[in-house]
Every structure is written in C-alpha cells, then in structure tokens.
Design a binder for this molecule. Structure first.
Ligand code: EPZ
Length: 420
C-alpha cells in the first residue's frame, strides 16, 4: 500500500487548480441511467471513486467512455441490462446505493447490496427506502441484498425527510424525475452538489423547481434525453487546501474555488485568522498572523460541513487558544484524533464533541489513515509539523483527492508518495 512522506515546516506558496466535485460527479454519473441517450460530463475529477462508479455502471450495461485524452470528460449511456448492484462494488463505495431510484424508475426492479457500515458510522439507507416506498416501490431484504420492485411506474408523493440526507435527496430526486405525477421533497438537503444534479436533470428534460432550497417540487416526465454538463468545483477540496495554506502560514490562489459554495467554512476560517479573498476565477487564501481558536459544529449545508471537520481540527491543533469541535452528522468521525495526538496535538473527545487545545508545534510521526477526510487532516498536520510524517494507507486519500502530493509539492511542500 502506498505511503506519503512529508517533511514539514514549509509555508505553502503558489497556485492550486480545484477539480470537479467528487460528490457531484457520483450522482451525476448515475443520472445517466435515466435516459437511453448519452450524458456527457466534463470537469470530472480523476479519482478512485469515479473508477468504481464506472465499474458499477458497466455492470448495469451503461458504458462510460472517455472523450478526449485528459480523462476529465466522460460520455455515459446505454441500455440497462442488469438491475443488480453487487456486494463487491457496493461495499467499496456507498454512493452505489444511488442506483436504486434510477433502476426502479427505468426498469421497475432493483437488486442492490446493502452498503453495510463504514468507518465513520452505520450510514443506513432507510430514508432512501421509505421515500421510494411512498412512491410505490416495495422492498425485501434477501441475503444482504435489497430486492426492490414497483408494479408499473413509480408515482409522485410528498416526502418529508425527518433528517437532512444528501443521498436520500439525490436518490428520490432522480426517481421523481420519471415518476407519474408530482413529487415534493420537503426538508431536502441543499448542498451545492444537489443543485448541480437538479440543473443537469432539468437540462435532460426534467421539471424540477425549488433548486437550492430545502423544498424540491418535481413534475415527472415520460422520458429524459441526453445532455452535456460541466461539474461544479469541489468545495471540500477548496476548503482543504485553504486549511493547508493556513496551517503552514503560507498563501495560495485556489483557481475555480467558489466562495458561495463554502457556506460557513469561510466565516469560520476568517474567525480563525485566515484571510479569504474572493477574486475573479478563484479564492486567495493567506494566514494573517496567529491562528485563533474557533468553535465549529457540523451541520447540513449551508452550515459547517462534516467533510471539513477533520481538516479544521488539524488547523485548530496549532491555534493560540482552544476550539470546541462538535460532530452532529456522523457518529464516529473522530478517528483522526488519536493520530493527531501522536503528533503532539492536545485533543480530548467527549461524546460528539472534542476540545482542541492549541500547541505551539506538532512533531512528525508515522500515522495511519482511516477514512478519506481523516487521511487529509494528517497530511495537513504533517505539512506544519517539525520533522517527518509518514501517512500509511493512503488509498483512502485517493478516493477523494486527485494528485494531492503533486498539488502541494507545486506550492513548495516537501511531500512525496512512496509506492507500497
Ligand atoms: C454524503 O453522504 C456525502 N457522500 C458524504 O461525503 C457527506 O459526509 C454526507 O453526504 C453529509 O454531507 C457523497 O455525496 C457521495 P447523508 P450520505 O445521507 O449521502 C443519516 C466524503 O467524505 N442517514 O447526508 O451518505 C446518516 O447516517 C463523504 O466525501 C440515515 O439515518 O450522507 C448520517 O448520520 C463522507 N438514513 C446523516 O443521515 C438514511 O437513509 C447524513 O447522511 C440516510 C442517511
């Protein structure tokens, strides 16, 4: 398994190009199942999860063909030949569950492996299933698989989510696009990735209103047609590299970064003493003086994103004060804490909250990556730490960050990947 070695202490300086959003690209690739025509996606990030989704779509008979030679434009389409999403793919990537809605909408049946838990939590899909049941689907569990079926066509329904769920909103949005009649999704997730999916679906002929709000109204149509769509930049990649600049005391220009997608992250970074300037074409990030403690509580968009929690905690480890970090979305998303503490951080976890007491310096150490965002928080700490940090199991990192060591090295970091 590859490892990444960092010799810390160098302030970042330079430019980073922010790629397409992983969490927009994945549902958008699944949206291609809703039509027999081709969906052409551009600004696709080159990530392990995109490869995995391509494998899953191929399993269903949907081809994912590169256009051009940079691997960032994909032409996706075909006829669904299998309605089974197998365990060996689903267990690697939970976003596979997003095929449920499209399979039921297009074929009336679906056999999808239960995703199982993951490092950060149980991550059930009960809200996906309950919503689809309200639209006429019936499910039974068989040998770890969910067998779904609908007699005839899914029908519209008014679905009120008891908690905000990105995936359930996306699954039901895609199912509703082809359902018979009107569907209302109330208390829907408002993440920019959902707006991106909705805009693409409308370009394919869907009739979705209320985009970017927490109430989506979808009037189902008989069929959707192909379209071309450019994926929005990755707001979590943007926030991650902003933390990298801040933790090293450097300054970077994040091309394509969009301040309006960062929600509470910008306010919190500024509170911590980070200068965020919105320029044409991107964001300029610079640490002003010291880092100040700033409390965060993760919330659905536009609140502080759970996907930024680990990165911000690494930043707060070097603050001149203290920060309370509360994780309200997932039940086990503090696995980076023991690893950061091995580097000299002073973090204590009490249930869903962690108190981070800033220290003057961190020390490099061998550390273990456990999940995508925890992995990158260890990279950030290594960039600022004295001495050498070796991050093991970086396959977690490759799921969500394209060429992370190249992008950081181009800004002066002493970082390299050691093939495992
Ligand atoms: C999406 O996961 C993202 N993944 C996650 O990013 C992100 O952390 C999460 O949204 C929250 O923003 C993709 O978009 C591929 P949820 P998702 O449904 O859809 C509970 C990353 O690092 N829940 O919004 O799975 C769930 O357990 C990944 O890029 C139910 O109880 O998240 C969680 O506590 C990690 N029942 C909360 O809701 C359900 O049916 C929010 O989950 C569905 C969810």
């Amino acid at each position: 398994m590859d490892r990444i070695r960092i010799r810390g202490g160098k302030p970042l300086s330079g430019e980073i190009i922010i790629g397409g959003a992983k969490n927009a690209a994945l549902p958008l690739m699944v949206a291609a199942m809703l039509t027999d025509q081709r969906l052409v996606l551009s600004n696709v990030p080159r990530l392990a999860d995109i490869q995995t989704m391509s494998l899953l779509l191929a399993q269903h008979g949907i081809a994912v063909d590169p256009v051009g030679n940079d691997g960032r434009t994909l032409s996706i389409g075909g006829t669904i030949t299998s309605t089974e999403a197998p365990y060996d793919i689903v267990r690697k990537m939970r976003a596979s569950a997003l095929v449920l809605g499209p399979l039921l909408a297009r074929t009336g049946e679906a056999r999808v492996s239960m995703p199982g838990g993951c490092a950060i939590g149980a991550r059930p899909i009960d809200l996906h299933l309950k919503g689809l049941e309200q639209m006429g689907a019936a499910f039974r569990l068989d040998g770890g698989y969910i067998d779904g079926a609908v007699n005839g066509r899914l029908h519209g329904a008014t679905i009120v989510f008891p908690i905000v769920s990105v995936g359930a909103t996306e699954n039901l949005l895609m199912a509703a696009a082809l359902a018979d009649g009107r569907t209302v999704l109330a208390n829907a997730a408002r993440e920019p990735e959902i707006g991106d999916l909705a805009r693409c679906l409308n370009a394919m002929g869907a009739q979705i209103a209320g985009i970017d709000s927490d109430r989506l109204t979808i009037d189902g149509v008989e069929r959707l047609h192909g379209a071309e769509h450019s994926i929005i930049p990755d707001r979590i990649e943007t926030g991650t590299y902003a933390c990298a600049a801040a933790i090293t005391g450097g300054e970077v220009m994040l091309h394509n970064g969009r301040v309006e997608h960062l929600g509470a992250t910008v306010r919190t970074l500024r509170e911590a003493g980070v200068d965020v300037v919105d320029l044409p074409g991107g964001l300029h990030i610079r640490r002003l003086n010291g880092l100040h403690g700033a409390d965060v509580m993760t919330e659905p968009y536009p609140g502080f994103p759970t996907d930024m929690q680990a990165q911000f905690m690494a930043l707060m480890a070097l603050s001149d004060g203290a920060a309370m970090v509360t994780e309200t979305i997932f039940e086990n998303r503090f696995m980076h804490v023991p690893e950061l503490n091995r580097m000299g951080a002073r973090i204590n976890v009490h249930g869903a909250s962690a108190i981070v007491r800033g220290v003057p310096t961190l020390s490099g150490a061998p550390v273990m990556a456990t999940d995508l965002r925890a992995s990158v928080s260890l990279i950030l700490a290594g960039l600022a730490a004295r001495g050498e940090t070796m991050v093991n199991r970086v396959y977690h990192l490759d799921r969500g960050y394209e060429a992370v060591e190249q992008k950081l090295a181009a800004c002066g970091a002493d970082i390299e990947r050691l093939p495992g």
